[in-house]
Design a protein around this ligand. Structure first.
Ligand SMILES: [Zn+2]
Length: 293
C-alpha cells in the first residue's frame, strides 16, 4: 500500500454484513471500484458490523468472497468496525461539550416521525432514565456539492434535530463511526448509495467538530425492484452468482450508464473490468436508474 502522504485518491466500499451481496450492493461496489481505479487510486473495504443484532453469521466472509470472484480486489486489510470501540469512545468523549443524554423512548419519538424536538437537551425529564447520547446541532444550513446528485443542503436543527451518536443498546451510532473511520483511513472520496445522501450533512457537521477534512461525495442512485422498493435482503434480492458473476457485473455497468460491447459477455471478468476502467466516466451515471430486466 502507498503511504498516506502520497495518496491523491482513496475510496472505500463499506458494506454491512446483514446479508449477501446482491445486484444493488454490487452496483455500489463496482461504482466505487471503477472511480478509484480510473483515478489511479486505492480502494479499501470496511465492514460496517457495529449493528450486532442485524449481523448475519457468515455474511462478511461471503461478501468478501463475492467481491473477489467479481475481480473487485481491494487494497490493504479489511477494517472491521467492531474492533474499533476504543477510538469511538475516545472521540465521543472529545465531543462531550456538544452532547447530552436523552431518555426518550423509540415509541415517544415516533410521534415526531423521527425528528427529535430537543426535549432532553437541558436535562432528562424527572422519572426518565438515560437511553442514548445525542449531539446538539446548530440552526444553520449545511450544504455540499455532490459529484452526481448536484448541490444538496439541510438545516440539521429544522430537518433532523439533535441526533443519536451512541445508541440505547450501547452500540456507537453509524454517523459517528463512519466519520471517524473515513478520516482515519484518509478517504478522499466517498462513492455510496443515494439512501445515505441525507445523512451526509450530519457527517459533514461531525467532521467539522472533530477537525477532520471533508471528503468529496458521489451518491449513486438506488436500484429498486418493480414495486419501487430498494433492493435488499428484505425485498428478496438474489445473491450474485459466484460461479458466473460476469452477467451481474455487465448489468451493474449498464445501471451505471455504461454500455459495454456484448462480446465482453464471452470474456473473463478481468477483461470486462479493464474495459470499464478505460471507459469509466462519472458524468455517464444517471441521476435515477432505469429498470433493466
Ligand atoms: Zn430525549
Amino acid at each position: 500500500m502507498v503511504a498516506p502522504t502520497q495518496i491523491t485518491y482513496r475510496g472505500r466500499f463499506a458494506p454491512s454484513p446483514t446479508g449477501f451481496l446482491h445486484l444493488g450492493s454490487l452496483v455500489t461496489a463496482l461504482g466505487g471500484f471503477l472511480q478509484a481505479r480510473s483515478n489511479h487510486g486505492e480502494w479499501l473495504v470496511r465492514m460496517e458490523d457495529l449493528d450486532l443484532p442485524r449481523n448475519l453469521a457468515g455474511a462478511a466472509d461471503d461478501i468478501l468472497f463475492t467481491l473477489e470472484t467479481c475481480g473487485l480486489h481491494w487494497d490493504g486489510a479489511v477494517l472491521y468496525q467492531t474492533t474499533r470501540n476504543e477510538i469511538y469512545f475516545e472521540m465521543l468523549h472529545s465531543l462531550k461539550d456538544q452532547t447530552f443524554l436523552c431518555g426518550c423512548s423509540r415509541k415517544e419519538l415516533q410521534y415526531n416521525q423521527g425528528f427529535y424536538d430537543g426535549k432532553c437537551r437541558h436535562g432528562i425529564p424527572f422519572g426518565k432514565t438515560p437511553r442514548t447520547i445525542r449531539l446538539k446541532v446548530p440552526d444553520q444550513i449545511i450544504s455540499f456539492e455532490d459529484l452526481i446528485q448536484g448541490s444538496f443542503q439541510q438545516n440539521l436543527s429544522k430537518e433532523v434535530g439533535d441526533f443519536v451518536i451512541k445508541r440505547a443498546d450501547g452500540c456507537y451510532a453509524y454517523q459517528l463511526a463512519v466519520v471517524i473511520d473515513d478520516a482515519m483511513q484518509n478517504i478522499t472520496e466517498i462513492v455510496r448509495g443515494c439512501d445515505l445522501l441525507d445523512s451526509t450533512p450530519r457527517q459533514i457537521y461531525l467532521q467539522s467538530l472533530l477537525k477532520y477534512p471533508t471528503p468529496k461525495y458521489a451518491h449513486l442512485s438506488i436500484i429498486t425492484n418493480t414495486l419501487g422498493q430498494k433492493l435488499s435482503k428484505q425485498t428478496l434480492a438474489k445473491p450474485i452468482d459466484k460461479k458466473n458473476p460476469l452477467p451481474a457485473l455487465f448489468q451493474a455497468l449498464q445501471y451505471l450508464g455504461h454500455a459495454p460491447p456484448l462480446e465482453l459477455l464471452n470474456e473473463k471478468v478481468e477483461t470486462l473490468l479493464q474495459w470499464a476502467i478505460t471507459n469509466w466516466q462519472l458524468s455517464k451515471i444517471p441521476h435515477v436508474f432505469a429498470q433493466i430486466e
